[in-house]
Design a protein around this ligand. Sequence first.
Ligand SMILES: Nc1nc2c(c(=O)[nH]1)N[C@H]1C(S)=C(S)[C@@H](COP(=O)(O)OP(=O)(O)OC[C@H]3O[C@@H](n4cnc5c(N)ncnc54)[C@H](O)[C@@H]3O)O[C@H]1N2
Ligand code: MOO
Length: 425
Amino acid sequence: MTGKQLLDDCFLHDKDRLRHHEALEILKQRLHCIAETETVPLQDAAERILADTVTAPRNVPLADNSAVDGYAFRNADFEEAGGFFRLEQRIAAGHASNADLGPWAAARIFTGAVMPPGADTVAMQEDCETHQQDGQDFVIVPQGLKTGANRRKAGEDVAEGTTLLNPGQRLRPQDIAAIASTGQADVSVYRKLKVALVSTGDELRRPGDLITLGDVYDSNHFLLRSLCATLPVEIDDLGILKDDADALEEVLSTAAASHDVILTTGGASRGEEDHMLKVLDKIGKRHMWQLAIKPGRPMMFGNIGSCVVLGLPGNPVAAMVCFLLYARPVFSVLGGGAFLEPQAFQVPAAFEVPKKKPDRREFYRAYLKPRPDGSLAAHKFQRDGSGLITGLREADGLIEIPEDVTSIRKGELVSFLPFSGFGLR
Ligand SMILES: Nc1nc2c(c(=O)[nH]1)N[C@H]1C(S)=C(S)[C@@H](COP(=O)(O)OP(=O)(O)OC[C@H]3O[C@@H](n4cnc5c(N)ncnc54)[C@H](O)[C@@H]3O)O[C@H]1N2
Ligand code: MOO
């Protein structure tokens, strides 16, 4: 594997390039969490990676309470009371009662209010009738309610002492809600990674700037910035760097001293104007380059001092695919999380590929569409160009075709990786 990592022969054949699984192995072996921990209030905890176990300090709910607006009673009294209960308490949410429910008595109760001592069952108000006799209120409760009906038990959501979350978990909205429900106001997480984002290329201009013939708007910056929004990283925009090795060297060496990761796009290939490789080899160390994948072949990974360098190709489709396959798990691991791998579903192909090159893994932009029988099939975006953002927009995932597959027939099962499995929509 070490031999393959450094190969940069112009006529390199795919079989000599690093394979996808080898690239993943290198990343898994070389990278580990580098982030220190910090405590953040829950309002800032979304998408952060947990650094400590979260244990529930108390029951949720704290006490038995009513699931409906209605009447709480002791079910064992039903027969003797003939369903006819004397109303003797009124309990709203937030106003717990300590008074025991007397025999054949019911309490008017509202959703979320604590059950009065002695009551175990609640009848919904829609099913009850109220009645007044000699100045006393009564409620007629329907037959057939099981003991415990419409009662929410203390701790039924989370029992005191339960492990709610483990270190390394990414905090989803529902996780944060669970922590909040136990009364914990802050949480220990790994700090955000400092990521320097660099676009390279003489042709690049920022949206809003004037362009002339030959110029290209820097869409990758915005693509990568948005992709990073799903991860606990802080983006430092280093702007657009010219295709100039000295300038690139200077900016990258300075950035490496103050960032955890440098994420670049463009200049990753082998043209005279592509300088990423030379600069990385000069001031840092390259661990991989030239993968047997399509798109994304010139993907690069290395380090400059303690700073990780991810050099994504300039073509937007290759940049996004490489981000999802490699940069996303790298950010997660460096930031204290798991090495994130996509979910794959086996789906019949609605397309044909008569001839695919062997020895390389291909990722097609794809979307799912129902067939006449209602089952889903995977459609491939028609055009292959690695510069076509339209294909990424039309897609709701990628199809992954392994190295040894050389053709695909309609109806054959293929691996579909939904964008949702990459934390996207
Ligand atoms: N002779 C060879 N040529 C190319 C090879 C190769 O192996 N031999 N590889 C091809 C592959 S695969 C890819 S992918 C591209 C990527 O190469 P680079 O990373 O060096 O990218 P650039 O040449 O700088 O740009 C490629 C393309 O993408 C546009 N681009 C670049 N940056 C941005 C940006 N920030 N926003 C929008 N578009 C961007 C750029 O204008 C070019 O059109 O190389 C192939 N060539
Ligand atoms: O493989 Mo490149 O990544 O042509 O798009």
